[in-house]
Write a protein that binds this ligand. Sequence first.
Ligand code: PRX
Length: 633
Amino acid sequence: MSAPDPHVSPRLTPADHRALSDEAKRDPQAYWRKVAQRLDWIEWPNKIHDATNGWFADGTLNASVNCLDRHLATRGDQTALIWQGEEADNIIRMTYRDLHERVCRMANVLREEGVKRGDRVAIHLPGVTEGIVAMLACARIGAMHVVLFGGFSAEAIADRLADSGAVVAITANVGRRGAKRIPFKATMDTALGLRPLSVRRLLVVSVTDDSVPMQTGRDAALEPLLEAAMPSCDAETMSANDPLFLLYTSGSTGKPKGIVHGTGGYLTWASYTQEMVFDHQPGDIFWCTADIGWITGHSYVVYGPLANGGTILLFEGMPSSPHPGRWWDVIENHKVTTFYTSPTAIRALMREGDDVPDARNLSTLRVLGTVGEPISHDAWTWFHDVIGKGRCALVDTWWQTETGGIMISPIPGAVKEKPAAATLPLPGIQPVLVDEKGAPIDGAAEGVLCIDGAWPGRALTIWQDDGLFQTTYLKPYPGHYFTGDGARRDEEGYFWITGRVDDVINVSGHRIGSAEIEDALATDHAIAESAAIGVPHDLKGQGIVVYVVPRDPSAAEMESRAVKAITAKVGRYAVPERVLVVPDLPKTRSGKNVRRLMRKIACGETEGFGDLSTLANPDIVPTLIEIAQRATS
Ligand code: PRX
């Protein structure tokens, strides 16, 4: 718990943090009015917040103007984006002026394609600059971007294209991973061929020289269109509550939810939190390793740092490829100051040994951050001591797709860290712990984590299903926003996130719904029933164990069928650690699967299951134990 190095001059002190928190509590309207001033508004919002109209309801602005145009006069020649390809000498630097021009061209291409405000544009790209450019171009013309994670299967893409009603999609011929090629275009072709969809144009980025089949009338190479497009483009005037984007995430139901974020509230939140939590300073080189397909990429690769006029780094490759020190080389070569990554990545890098980072000069680092899953004490300590050399601030940031940005986190200089604790809420955020009945619990205790009150970054709704938004987040504990997480609060009021309390599994920081996997397995008629369970995993945080009941007990190759169904319907990132082919699932007398029991058995426990007499089929338990033991032996 050493203090940051003296060369770090954090903008906030503990007293500032207390004062801001008090101010936000005392007069939230005044506090958020002040915070909103960080953006450039076309019409200043006189209405700050009310339950009916939401955030900054009468304000208008454009997110791309806030991330680009407003910086041109003061930092047009500053590097906005450093792109580092997998190969060390493959680097692109774009100033704010360059990025602005490229975004304008892309916006004109989209307009030329007939994309109008409110339309949805799907972006399915590897780690190339065009992803960021396309997001900001959508924001410029008031279209909603729908970024689709590169690891999604064709079916998962088709589901999201159908739900969002995207009219244009952008993909790449291929993605690069060392010598390997990831078939982005081919996956998109399959997705578009699965069923009738509203995508009328597929724009293709050529990442390499690899040629891919193009469908006449539907597909077009993007680069020639960008070159032909005008380098300037008027930005749409958007209302603060006009959606900025739609991003799919998983929950307890099988169907992924299209989380909708608004323009004014979200951007205020991304910008406020990026500056505060990462102690953003002029000259910082900010590297958030997240894929833009997830919310972390939206808020902390793109919107937060660019709204604040920062310099972002985008790396195309993997942490340990082609050698274990690749990420540390990137930090050394580009003089990264702020490094935000996942506990999964830290665990993997930690295994390579200390001599790998020790052989690099990481002295430019000031602030380190983690996100997406609980971090263990040892991974936190390694990151702090070996990478941060004990002199960097380390922020373990808790938040979610739905919250838009960081909610609970240390703040360099202002909120003292404790290893593996998310620590204190940001000024203006009111977490509360409740018991199963929804009664708030005071003091040092453990409970379900909810958030009280309003904050600008909260999602507007679920795309085309506001009822589901209400039932998922607002109804489970009336009066509170339900996060789906459990947490412990210590004597100092620090929060320690304990993990999901619902059926969401967190694999390497990727949120996957049990029901999503079970729905995928149900597409194979040979599978009568299934259950997907999250179990602890050394590297990934959680791994998936799947129980599968075959329709025909003598059916062969059930394991590979199960893996195939999951890969096809969800994606390779959801492939289970183990498939347990079992004759039946443990059930209550009313026919409900007893997940608690399945979790224990999947974790290798053989006793301590409590009273089994309430089960309809207690005899199944020893069989399940035996099958689980066989699978791990
Ligand atoms: O369970 C929590 C976990 O990730 C979930 C949110 O996932 P997603 O919407 O994909 O957003 C990930 C990036 C913000 C949360 O409900 N989570 C996120 N941050 C932490 C965390 N668990 C523990 N510690 C964290 N710092």
